[in-house]
Design a protein around this ligand. Structure first.
Ligand SMILES: [Zn+2]
Length: 339
């Protein structure tokens, strides 16, 4: 079992700021510890009220600013190098097709946390009217260049859009980054039309890879991921807000195969997420790391890819995927269980 936390200091996790990022509940049961790529330690706790797992202490503004600096989005025009971007482009098109299967044109779609706007661009090209939100920075600058995308730079706020305006809202790996997730979901509940869809993908804290690797799991991604909801807990919380689950998928070749591979490397190689950061061209982080080690890690990545596709398929069969993709439908009836 790759559950080691060897590089994490053995001091007790700090207690200050132990308020659940999702529901605001206080305290929570201690789970394990983790360490960010910047060397900051965090504890993980499970909220007794909503069962979300959250980082303790809550990352400071300075820690978050450091985590979202240029290295996070890649220094160039795109986040990754050209051939990785090509593969990611395939997955983006696949997400676009999933939206198109449920949402007929013409339709208004909001992409919350649209990053550099590539997914939004894909929707624009399919003939949708697309709005995006993104925090100020390199990614928002890239998104602003996309023709046909209406961009709001900053977080989604009450009053940004009218009631019942959107036919669909997308949040691809965004929810776990939000400082006020419930507030954001509440706003989405108002700006989405009755019967509209919310597409959400997120790391699954109840997954096989999360349970195996614990503090070394790639998708913990401290300090950017502030909290985690298991699949059942997300469905319950969304139900309270008037959303019912319509689709659930645990197989992501894009996310879950690499989740296994990078987490194993984290256990074996000491420095967290080195391959991932090297692939993004984060020279500041990878700069002093021996190039031959990065070369070996790339070799491991390619050589074992097929093996871990098998592991990701197994996870999905157990409904314990490393990341999960949900489609929820606005029922307007709070507490409704299923469409
Ligand atoms: Zn909570």
């Amino acid at each position: 079992m790759f559950a080691g936390n060897e590089s994490v200091k053995t001091s007790q996790p700090p207690d200050e700021g132990s308020v659940c990022t999702f529901c605001g509940g206080e305290g929570g049961a201690r789970l394990y510890r983790t360490k960010s790529i910047f060397g900051d330690e965090f504890g993980l706790r499970r909220c007794v009220d909503c069962r979300a797992v959250f980082l303790v202490p809550r990352p400071s503004a300075a820690q978050l600013e450091q985590a979202y600096e240029e290295g996070y989005y890649g220094g160039g025009r795109t986040k990754f190098g050209p051939w990785v971007e090509k593969v990611l482009g395939y997955f983006r098109s696949s997400r676009c097709r999933k939206v198109a299967r449920l949402v007929s044109r013409p339709a208004n779609i909001l992409d919350v946390g649209c990053g550099s706007g590539e997914f939004a661009k894909c929707l624009v090209e399919r003939g949708y009217r697309v709005c995006g939100t993104e925090l100020p920075g390199k990614a928002a600058e890239r998104a602003a260049q996309i023709a046909g995308l209406t961009l709001k730079v900053g977080p989604l706020r009450e009053g940004d859009f009218g009631r019942d305006y959107f036919d669909a809202v997308c949040m691809w790996h965004v929810l776990e980054h939000l400082a006020e997730p419930k507030k954001t979901l509440d706003i989405i509940g108002r700006i989405l039309k009755p019967g509209g869809y919310v597409f959400i993908s997120l790391p699954n804290i109840g997954s096989l890879q999360s349970r195996l690797f614990r503090g070394k799991w790639l998708h913990l991604d401290p300090p950017r991921h502030l909290f985690f909801l298991g699949r059942g807990d997300l469905v319950a919380e969304m139900g309270k807000l008037g959303f019912a689950p319509a689709r659930e998928s645990h197989l992501s070749i894009e996310q879950n195969v690499f989740g296994f591979q990078q987490s194993i490397l984290n256990c074996l190689c000491g420095r967290r997420d080195m391959l991932f950061e090297a692939l993004k061209g984060n020279v500041e982080y990878a700069g002093d790391y021996p190039r031959w080690k990065i070369f070996l890690q790339k070799g491991f990545w390619v050589a074992t890819f097929g093996l871990f596709v098998g592991a990701a398929v197994l996870e999905a069969a157990l409904r314990m995927g490393g990341t999960v993709e949900f489609v929820f439908r606005k029922t307007g009836t709070q507490g409704c269980r299923r469409v």
